[in-house]
Write a protein that binds this ligand. Structure first.
Ligand SMILES: Nc1ncnc2c1ncn2[C@@H]1O[C@H](COP(=O)(O)OP(=O)(O)OP(=O)(O)O)[C@@H](O)[C@H]1O
Ligand SMILES: [Mg+2]
Length: 421
């Protein structure tokens, strides 16, 4: 019976997820072979499901093997663990599994001595280093630092000969792009695979068309068609942003630390975002993050005042238009009125803080990450407009810029005092 289940990876994956059929491109991914496999595919194609199928199959047919899935944050890598544990529970393949363990590193142990464990690639890959592995998967690979790939994954591969699977949507011209290009040319060791959202016929076609109608063309091409789009209107280049993302959980209030609060208020259909930044020392870190919509202003005022009292921090608030009367009801509020000039200064200050590596953001906050990635500098008449891509929000970007602005102003005031002395 077991032998029949293991006959081929396709049957195995169907049993794992309860699928009755598998589409041609998805099948191609399952059978992909090569010591480096670069899977560049659009959102919703089936990246996670089929790579998860591949690794569970690998661990089952290779006794005593060790598989590691690394992601920019443990939360992102853990998607594999959650998907697999859930699918296994409902599947006839359950018999292959001995036990699962949630912490410290979520791991699935098979009866044949194999294991599948998930880890974060943060802190320069320290959770991956020095491990004996037989198969390495990097999920959201294009969001992992080049240095981790070059200094940790490549030596690991040379050491152990373990195949490496890179799985991602494209994101800039980084190591993932270079490996993908290498795979297109040299088909011997590095194999490149490409698929779009349309290669998954099991999605609701109407839903895809709705998403397409709401998504700017360039974002659509990158995220769903998995094209490497070279766009010179990017305001925060990924090679600068990547340095800011680390895997940490916002820690909330801690005694003896200094904070700055940035608030961007919802205007029409967008969100109110509140970011509490710990500015005790560089790099500044997020202590608390809130994003909500459709909450009456009275309630927003209460939430912001509660945070102000808790953190004893100044509040930098977008006081343009409707924000003006609200700013008067917020304690320790420094109102910030947006004009084209002040907005540009605010955002350039944020960019400078990124360039100088003064900020550290949680890698698992993909909403903040994507708002930054899709923030644009667009030519308008003789000048430039700084704004979110149509169809995207910029509330997180603005709240962060305001919180950072507060800190910069404090430093400027301090250096002016020194000048006077
Ligand atoms: N053969 C199939 N039969 C039925 N549903 C399928 C099949 N293959 C994939 N799907 C469904 O397609 C959806 C997308 O799959 P998956 O989450 O793996 O895609 P992804 O590329 O990782 O997406 P994301 O970009 O959101 O991470 C899932 O709901 C999955 O169950
Ligand atoms: Mg996925």
């Amino acid at each position: 019976m077991i032998a029949r289940k293991l006959r081929n990876i396709e049957t195995f994956t169907k049993l794992l997820f309860g699928y009755s059929e598998i589409a041609p491109k998805q099948r191609e991914l399952l059978y992909l072979n090569g010591s480096t496999q670069v899977i560049c595919a659009g959102r919703r194609f089936g990246k996670t499901n089929y790579v998860a199928g591949k690794i569970f199959y690998y661990a089952t047919i290779h006794p005593k093997s060790r598989v590691i899935v690394g992601g920019p944050s443990l939360d992102q890598a853990k998607i594999y663990y959650d998907l697999l544990t859930e699918a296994i529970e409902l599947s006839p393949l359950k018999g292959f599994v001995k036990k699962t363990k949630d912490s410290p590193f979520p791991t699935i142990y098979l009866k044949n001595g194999s294991s599948i464990t998930v880890r974060s690639t943060a802190h320069n890959g320290k959770y991956l280093r020095g491990r004996k592995v037989n198969l390495v998967v990097l999920t959201e690979a294009a969001f992992i630092k080049d240095s981790v790939y070059e200094q940790v994954i490549t030596p690991m591969k040379l050491d152990t000969g373990a195949p490496v699977i890179l799985e991602s949507t494209p994101n800039g011209m980084n190591y993932f792009y270079e490996e993908y290009q290498r795979g297109l040319k040299n088909k011997k060791h590095t194999i490149s695979f490409h698929a779009t959202v349309y290669d998954n016929p099991f999605l609701d076609q109407e839903e895809i068309e709705n998403a397409k109608a709401k998504t700017p063309d360039y974002v659509w091409r990158q995220e769903y068609l998995a094209e490497f789009v070279d766009d010179d209107t990017v305001f925060f280049p990924w090679k600068i942003l990547v340095e800011a993302f680390e895997d940490y959980k916002p820690e909330g209030y801690k005694d003896g630390r200094k904070y700055s609060i940035g608030v961007d208020l919802a205007k029409y259909r967008d969100y109110t975002v509140i970011i509490v930044l710990d500015v005790t020392e560089e790099p500044f870190k997020i202590a608390e993050f809130h994003r909500f919509n459709q909450i009456p202003y009275e309630e927003v005022i209460r939430i912001v005042n509660d945070l102000q009292a808790k953190y004893r921090a100044q509040v930098y608030l977008d006081a343009t238009g409707v924000g003006d009367p609200i700013s008067e009801r917020i304690n320790a509020c420094v109102p910030f009125v947006f004009s084209q000039k002040s907005k540009s200064e605010l955002l350039h200050n944020l960019l400078l803080n990124f360039e100088q590596q003064k900020l550290q953001l949680p890698a698992s906050n993909t909403i903040l990450r994507d708002e930054l990635r899709f923030f644009r500098r667009i030519q308008s008449g003789s000048g430039f407009k700084l704004e979110a891509q149509e169809g995207y929000h910029d509330d997180c970007v603005m709240a962060l810029a305001l919180a950072v602005w507060g800190q910069t102003r404090r430093q400027e005031a301090f250096s002016t005092q020194l000048d006077i002395l």
